[in-house]
Design a protein around this ligand. Structure first.
Ligand SMILES: [Zn+2]
Length: 105
């Protein structure tokens, strides 16, 4: 069974994977030469894989720096950057997520 933070990380991985796939497609078509973004996403993807492997890892809020408990109940992951130019994913604690983005629908 996945607990909540693992589910959050898996959701982040899905976003990273699709973003990476799109960036690589764009790169192949010569639409972008933004290797830094690609490298950043790949690094983050490896990091998230590591976090998933290490069951004790806590999430850190991108806004207030607070660390989650093991379950990370209510924590949320958000894609950063513009549409078509995603540059990463940020994790927010429930309080900051509500402050920044409002209640989840
Ligand atoms: Zn926070």
């Amino acid at each position: 069974m996945l607990n909540e933070w693992q589910a959050t990380l898996r959701a982040e991985l899905d976003v990273l994977d699709s973003s990476l796939a799109r960036l690589k497609r764009d790169a192949e078509r010569g639409k972008t030469d933004d290797d830094d973004v690609c490298a950043g996403l790949e690094e983050r993807t490896r990091e998230v894989h590591r976090m998933l492997e290490q069951q004790t890892t806590r999430l850190t809020c991108a806004e207030c720096g607070r660390e989650s408990d093991e379950e990370a109940r209510g924590w949320r992951a958000y894609v950063t950057g513009e549409e078509g130019a995603v540059d990463g994913v940020e994790i927010f604690c429930p309080d900051c997520a509500r402050e920044e983005f409002g209640d989840a629908s």
